[in-house]
Design a protein around this ligand. Sequence first.
Ligand code: DGJ
Length: 724
Amino acid sequence: MIRFIKEYSLFDISGKDYTYIMKVNDCGYLQGVYYGAKLAGDYHFLMEQSNVKSPKLGDINMDMAFDTMPSECGFYLHGDFREPTIIIERKDGGKVSRFKYLEHSIVNGATTPKGLPHVRIGKQTLMICLYDEFSNVKLHLYYTCFDNSNALVRWTEIVNEGETAYLKRAYSFCLDLPKNEYNLLNLYGNYNHERMVEEKPLGHGITKIQSLRGKASHQTNPFLAILNKDTNEDFGECYGFQLMYSGSFSLSCEVGQNEDCRVQGGIADLGFSWKLENGEKFHTPQAVLVYSKNGLGDMSITFADFYKDYVILPQFVKAKRPLVINNWEATYFDFNTEKLKQIVDDAVELGIDTFVLDDGWFGVRNDDTSGLGDWFVNESKLQGGLKAITDYCKEKGVSFGLWFEPEMISENSELFRIHPEFAICKKGVEPCRGRNQLVLDFTNPKIVNHIFDLLDAIISKYNIKYIKWDMNRDVTEGYSQYLDSDSQGEFYHRYTLGVYSLAEKLTSKHPDLFIESCSGGGARFDGGMLYYAPQSWTSDNTDGRERVFIQWGTSMCYPVSAISCHVSECPNHQNFRITPFKTRGHIASLGPTGYELDLSKLTEDEKSMVKKQISNYKNVADLVLEGDFVRLKNPFKSEEFAAMLVSKNKEKAYVVYECLKNNFFDGERRLRLKHLNEDCEYYIHEYGQFVSGRTLMNYGVKIPRLEDFETFSLFIERRNKNEN
Ligand code: DGJ
């Protein structure tokens, strides 16, 4: 519910459990007042008590007071010495800004930035228009709230009503939190270790989290949380900030002279410059803000629900996910039609329902040095072409999925021979190669259309319902031959808009096309891609030990229904570790599951385990799609991992525990469950026993003695003894 309280020139945005208050101060500037647990009006009291002093009109020091004014959009070069939110450079080189309130409106529903992922619905949106007193630039700050949610979405439209100007920074949001001792939680990593969790005290000065790689990246993620010092998984206040954006980004926290904290972010500003002619508008990506008064666990559930309710393509939110066999780790580039048919046969025998043909089916591609961009079937490798495989899948009752890497081009490819200018390149500069490949210049709509036509032809011809969209390198050079010299600062954002326009074209032409996004593992696991692709390949690392860290970190701000998980071979292909088959199955069952190994090499024992895993997975598949993911034992802080999936109505739950390092001297240990109903009785299938929710959550269940990397799982359903 959004309200404007005229008497105090105050805006009150109240969601499920939070209130966000701003006011237009006596001098006409928009000032933050409060963001936290839900309040009940008391505006007069708030105004009296607030230690936020409006700069006084006529006060000679007024402009310097901007330095401490909690702002919704930081000014530049005019008395606010904290990092600005928007920088506008005019023709004469001046960049000074001071944004004053002009008007506002409250509308039902959500507003939509052009060409960018966005919330599909919302309850109400507040638009506050600020104008820069020194140029003719207006800002429209948007705030969208939702029914029964603790998420708030913000973004900004910048309108140039004056002479040509250049945006040098155009962040999506800014928020000044009051003095406190805060901790910062963010997700860092590298290839094979995406989204590791780091929590540390937020020190003075600026802490910046950013990617300059043209994508969210393995190394970081467009998310951070600000926690009260003693907030943990279950208790305490925290604020999550996330960009629904897949390109280079910045998120920063600035602890200032008064121990207050400015959090803001958006498109990475380093090298960014966007030309705005008179009358032109610029739209920032949307940012999602989540307030939780019950610890990180609650914050994560809010993010997960937010994506399911408002962002992910509605036709896929509750639709049964494909149970996949992917041939990548089974064959790499070395396959032919017979080999693939064999994989399909093995999959059918085990109850797998979808075959995904990975890299190597197109152009001339027998290793990673050639073929990207040639999106036509390599018939000398695949005798009978794709038709032979798709027909065979149909005959066997298995769905078919296909791998693409649409943004890339190999120098050894037909596409490059005909159109070398399609690759990102700056004359006189040797391009950076990553995995032997170059990146297509997606700032150029002609190139995006060309790739769309190629993909569309294959998807339509074979009636493909599933694609894996990979992206295996970072974007370098940051230069487009398509853009003129004073628009080169637009390169990275335009590249991302190009990716979105291809995704938009594909999903609108093929509404039943299920996309799994991927980026050399999980380097583009972000809210932007989730808008088009309901599922994302989490990491190439499917090792039964390291996966738990990756899935734990990813669950901080993404739904498990998007966290694609495969059971793979041992020794693991990435780190050579050996973990039990059962463990790999258990960990993979905490997300949409698949298999990625040579099924023909499985022993009879392993085959029967796969059958068991699949039937177990079918029991919990609805929890993966619709349940809450609840973190129980933190592998970053202990030698154990445990998590559970619980249905919203608390009728059904699934627990997975892994021992990461056994300790011979450990005494009796218990695992206390969460999110059950204290007053209900539950049946634990593995024990064949009835136990109350109260006991399961307070006493817990015994953790058996396990070897390193051994797991156990429990399937729990609400049932009364006498119902049996
Ligand atoms: C990287 C992906 O993460 C893998 O799953 C696989 O698709 C390869 N690319 C193929 O090149």
